[in-house]
Design a protein around this ligand. Structure first.
Ligand code: GDP
Length: 310
């Protein structure tokens, strides 16, 4: 069974971790959003990629969902004292990742190669790939401030501005990172993790130009990041409201209509299963909240069972 998982940060990393603990490493490839990458303090920062890598390496901070566990913030304290821009929190160990990544990128290594090297050093066995080696930047169009670079919206302005659209700058020149297309062609299933559909999954789908299963026996399984009309974390539900769509598992299913063959929704939303099936996809109702390690494993097992018996 060959699985390709598409992931953003927090929600994506948790399910990817569950899958990584159930599958042989050669059977799992995780393609990660890089639309929220940005340059800060002269460093290239890849928040989703790092969240997925740190999570699979067992180094993620369980409280925040981003950054590393057992982190210190001495460099940031000093930066703040000196009057530098401190709105993006970077821990001391995490800074080492950005310093070394930036050095390798400036030396001419593509991001996919840098990521492979880091994963080897961290003992991460499944393949983790950025969606592209070329930069693609998610731009959020807001009512109050017009277009904002993603981290300006997400971190600096704490997702407060009202959104009215999204754009992915650099798409024309961006190609899927080496190996992605071949892996997708051979995949038994593609799993769209419970990540933000607008800003974590849409950029990946746009770069991959993925619109339907590539062969008849392939399933594309999406897990809803919206449970009972709300997100577990982050602005996805707020974004749906601002885009004029009531936030629900149905909204997410419609988002992926025509692409996904199977949709996993939470028990809280059991009443929506029939309407989701009427969109042309099979619905599976299960517990989708991944509070801790057993929750990740349970949901990953549900996904794999579905791959075996669609
Ligand atoms: P970000 O880039 O860090 O915002 O991360 P993602 O896009 O991967 O994840 C954000 C989404 O994950 C939010 O919409 C959350 O509702 C969803 N999410 C987080 N934890 C869980 C969980 O345990 N279960 C489900 N179903 N969704 C989750």
């Amino acid at each position: 069974m060959k699985i390709v998982a598409l992931a953003g940060g927090v929600g994506g990393a948790k399910l990817a971790d569950g899958l990584a603990r159930l599958l042989p490493p050669e059977d799992l490839t995780i393609v990660v959003n890089t639309g929220d990458d940005f340059e800060h303090l002269g460093l290239i920062i890849c928040p989703d990629l790092d969240t997925v890598c740190y999570t699979l390496a067992g180094q993620a901070n369980p409280q925040t969902g981003w950054g590393r566990r057992d982190e210190t913030f001495l460099a940031l304290e000093n930066l703040r004292h000196l009057g530098g821009p401190d709105w993006f929190t970077l821990g001391d160990r995490d800074l080492g990742t950005h310093l070394e990544r930036t050095r390798r990128l400036k030396d001419g290594q593509p991001l996919s190669q840098v990521t492979r090297g880091f994963c080897q050093a961290w003992g991460v066995k499944p393949t983790i790939l950025p969606m592209s080696d070329q930069p693609v930047c998610t731009i959020v169009d807001t009512v109050e401030h017009g277009e904002l670079a993603f981290q300006e919206y997400f971190v600096r302005r704490r997702c407060e501005p009202r959104v009215r659209g999204f754009r992915f700058a650099g798409l024309e020149a961006a190609r899927p990172a080496p190996g992605i297309q071949e892996t997708i062609d051979k995949a038994t299933a593609i799993v769209i993790c419970p990540s933000n559909p607008w800003v974590s999954i849409d950029p990946i789908l746009a770069v991959l130009q993925l619109r339907s299963p590539v062969h008849q026996s392939q399933s594309i399984i999406a897990v809803s990041p919206i449970l009972g009309g709300r997100t577990v974390k982050g602005p996805a539900a707020k974004m749906y409201v601002e885009m004029g769509i009531p936030p629900s598992a149905i909204a997410v299913a419609r988002h992926y209509q025509g692409l996904v063959t199977n949709f996993i929704l939470d028990r809280l939303d059991i009443d929506l299963a029939g309407e989701i099936e009427s969109l042309g996809m099979r619905a599976l109702v299960t517990d989708t909240l991944m509070k801790s390690s057993p929750g990740r494993l349970r949901l990953a097992q549900d996904v794999l069972n579905l791959v075996e018996t669609p």
